[in-house]
Design a protein around this ligand. Structure first.
Ligand SMILES: Nc1ncnc2c1ncn2[C@@H]1O[C@H](COP(=O)(O)OP(=O)(O)OP(=O)(O)O)[C@@H](O)[C@H]1O
Length: 235
């Protein structure tokens, strides 16, 4: 589904070059929940941004379902993001004045669909994430875990094949975080959807609840470990 070949990304700051990714190659198939871990500055966020076409590599290739996405122009990058990627963030990034179902429906606005038209689909997704009874609540009337569920429903609104999550449990207590990990696993493993979820985290327990743990070190893949069902832990 995703294939990175010799991907590099450098930043230039005040005449100095920083190498964030140093020629990494990896493949991720569909139906998997993958975590990316590693020390601060290892390149995790840079990798996530490249996978989500929020940024482009300096060299190398990023292919998604056979299509090269590393060199798309701005318009195609944003179309790719809208239709192929659902983003989930540590701090949820919900719109405070909108209700839960309206937040879920927001991605359809960019395609010219009215919120009301998208309401049935938004309600169905809230049901899926276990929040059918909170549809009219605003973010300030929800718990952290509930807000993250709304954000997950929003990420699924365009039915994207790729879910990218940046520290999705970073702002949650461990029990709530474990429930969110389970939900993300279910979403990635939904065999009808042919979807993958890739999560950046500092939480090694959360990482061990996924199917595969990729450890970045100094912009390179330090280790790449498949987690068998037997050794998988509940985060
Ligand atoms: N916009 C930027 N401009 C300059 N340097 C950057 C920029 N973004 C990242 N870097 C540098 O690139 C390297 C990788 O950063 P990145 O944010 O990908 O690491 P990370 O593994 O996500 O770290 P953390 O766990 O602290 O979030 C770091 O050395 C960082 O200083």
């Amino acid at each position: 589904m995703i294939e990175l070949t010799q991907v590099t990304r450098h930043y230039r700051v005040g005449g100095q070059q920083v190498t964030a990714l140093d020629g990494i190659s990896l493949e991720v198939g569909s139906g998997l929940f993958v975590s990316v871990v590693g020390p601060s500055g290892a390149g995790k966020s840079t990798l996530l941004h490249l996978l989500g076409a929020l940024d482009s590599p300096d060299s190398g290739s990023i292919r998604f379902e056979g299509e090269e996405i590393g060199s798309l122009d701005d318009e195609r990058q944003s179309a790719f993001r809208r239709h192929k990627v659902g983003f989930i963030f540590q701090f949820f990034n919900l719109l405070p004045t909108l209700s839960a179902w309206e937040n879920v429906a927001v991605p359809t606005l960019l395609d010219g669909v009215r919120l009301r038209t998208a309401k049935p689909a938004a309600l169905a997704l809230l049901d899926l994430v276990g929040l059918g009874n909170r549809a009219e609540h605003r973010p300030s009337e929800l718990s952290g875990g509930q807000m993250q569920r709304v954000a997950i429903a929003r990420a699924l609104m365009m039915d994207p094949p790729l879910i990218l999550a940046d520290e999705p449990t970073g702002n949650l207590d461990s029990t709530t975080g474990a429930a969110i990990m389970e939900l993300l696993g279910d979403i990635a493993h939904d065999t009808d959807a042919r979807r993958s979820a890739i999560m950046v985290t500092h939480n090694l327990d959360a990482a061990r609840a996924t199917d595969r743990v990729i450890t970045l070190r100094d912009g390179l893949v330090g280790s790449d470990e498949s987690i068998t069902a037997r050794s998988r832990v509940r985060a």
